[in-house]
Design a protein. Sequence first.
Length: 155
Amino acid sequence: MPDAIQEVMAACARMGLLVDLRDWAAAEALFAPEVRLDYTSLFGGAAQAMSAGALIQAWRGLVPGFTRTQHTIGLPAVEVAGEEAWAMAPVLGHHFITDPAPEGGDTWLVGGRYEWRFTRIGGSWRIAALTLANAWQQGNAELPRLAAERAATRG
């Protein structure tokens, strides 16, 4: 069981790092083929079920529009039961557009807690569900829209 906990903890840490590095292939490999994504505490709407490829494509349509990002994920609390695992950790996401800085400020901060559900597939722990819970934000809330526009023009 300790190996499973360490593997899940490593996957939690890698997720934020790989997004910040824009290593999309490695990020996609962390996910199960089908993923339940819930960012409703930040953006409203409803949770979505999608393929891992569609999730990464959505992130590719947003994240590169920021000058840089840094997702700091705290030490996850992990529970493992058979072929499933659950983890929770605090998260703070820094998002910047500085070239040039838009009206309203160059920084958008998002905080809260990530909640993951993992499933074991082919001997590896894969993220089957990701929720951003209790989210708060500070700074320029227009940055995600601007980042999406910038990412779209960069192709």
